[in-house]
Design a protein. Structure first.
Length: 413
């Protein structure tokens, strides 16, 4: 389809590392979708690049290093003059959204939430403070910031159907401001799946900068793996993930077959070699990339209701969903040794995966963007509270940012 939006600026919270996190992989998928539809894409971020950052030049994309509280970004915006700006997470919209609105008022502002940070925070607080989850926990400072960011944006991408429902029912967000866009999977490019007898051991994987992943590994070490080992003494659990902290490295114990592997060069390869993926997540939000990747590899998984949230679409899970640690351990053993159950779980995973088929979303998503762009004034006029929040931000953040900029120029401490 021919797009009215010809040029899009993507502002990254960080420089994406698709081999380190699902968030990194998602932003690259969105960028490739824009390119596929003949849009010019420019990427910038205030963060520092790492050795594992994606090389945008391989896609012919111009990239810029930008600064927070620096009017040079305004000049860059004037130079690029985008039709649309995609903010990677609400923190990025907070820092740069008001500048985009000021300099490029006709550009559609799109927020990719990745997941609802305030929901993850609320659940984490509940777990760590032993509080039964309730809606009062949702009314935190992160929620005020993130909901404000959603309201200020012309469109927010929501990765989970559960989160779509939460925003609409609890926070009464207008559906016109939200768009359900889960992980996009090209079902024609799935890896060749190994059979049950061709695989060995268990795998757990996740970026350790993400607190739910650290907690899941601790749950495996303390509560679940000792139970599994009693019944499967020869099986190994391989723990993969980028940015492993010392506290996790110290859990490495080859004698207990609990092995910290660190960063995976290719996540799909290590998942495809394993018999079962384990993800005992006690808190979190959004969709879990590791579980989508497991289904892509035909690797059954054992996870929790938090892990599977927004993913199984009332279909049988590609493995087991257990919240109790003893049930989790027993299901882990059963899935590992029972080939019939394993094969059925693999098939169930493929059935679930069809709901993430990129062909179901790509065309409609682009139509939505173009429709908003074409009717931008009408769209914004129907969102008075968003306009009010943006006005207040312009009147406060703008001048505070300029004060910081002047302070930095003078070299004041």
């Amino acid at each position: 389809m021919s797009s009215l939006v010809k040029k899009i600026l993507v502002i990254g919270h960080v420089w994406p590392e698709p081999n380190s996190s699902a968030a990194g992989g998602r932003i690259i998928k969105l960028i490739k979708l824009f390119l596929k539809n003949n849009m010019e894409v420019i990427f910038c971020s205030p963060a520092s690049e790492t050795a594992f950052s994606f090389h945008f030049k391989t896609l012919g994309i111009t990239q810029y290093q930008i600064k927070i509280n620096d009017s040079d970004f305004d000049e860059l915006l004037k130079k690029i003059n985008p039709n649309a700006v995609l903010f990677d997470r609400f923190m990025t919209e907070e820092k740069f959204g008001w500048r985009v609105a000021d300099v490029c008022p006709k550009a559609i502002r799109i927020l990719d939430t990745e997941d609802l940070h305030f929901l993850r925070y609320a659940r984490q607080k509940g777990v760590f403070e032993n509080i039964e989850f309730n809606n009062d926990l949702l009314m935190n400072d992160f929620a005020k910031r993130e909901i404000a960011s959603i309201m200020r944006s012309d469109l927010s991408l929501i990765i989970s159907s559960f989160e779509m429902n939460l925003l609409q029912t609890i926070f009464k967000i207008d559906n016109q401001l939200l768009y359900y866009l889960p992980f996009l999977v090209d079902l024609t490019q799935l890896p060749i799946c190994k059979k049950h007898e061709e695989r060995n051991h268990f795998v757990s994987i996740g970026n350790f900068l993400h607190e739910p992943n650290k907690d899941a590994v601790l749950q495996l070490k303390k509560n679940i793996w000792p139970l599994v080992r009693k019944k499967l003494p020869n099986a190994e659990l391989h723990i993969y993930g980028a940015y492993v902290p010392e506290s996790i490295l110290q859990l490495n114990n080859p004698k207990e077959k609990f092995i910290i592997k660190g960063r995976a060069e290719n996540a799909l390869n290590v998942i495809a070699d394993a018999k079962v993926l384990l993800a005992p997540l006690r808190f979190g939000a959004g969709l879990k990339g590791k579980l989508v990747e497991a289904m892509m590899c035909g690797t059954p998984s054992v996870t929790t209701s938090i892990g599977s949230e927004g993913m199984n679409f009332k279909l049988p899970w590609g493995g087991e969903i257990k919240d109790d640690q003893y049930d989790f351990a027993n299901s882990t053993v059963e899935l590992y040794v029972n080939q019939v159950k394993w094969n059925n779980s693999q098939k169930n995973g493929f059935d679930v995966l069809r709901n993430f088929d990129s062909s179901l979303f790509e065309s409609d998503y682009l139509k939505k963007i173009n429709s908003i762009y074409q009717n931008l004034n009408k769209h914004r006029n129907s969102n008075f509270f968003g306009a009010m929040l943006l006005s207040n931000q312009l009147n406060s953040t703008k001048y505070f940012s300029k004060w910081i900029e002047e302070k930095n120029k003078k070299g004041n401490p």
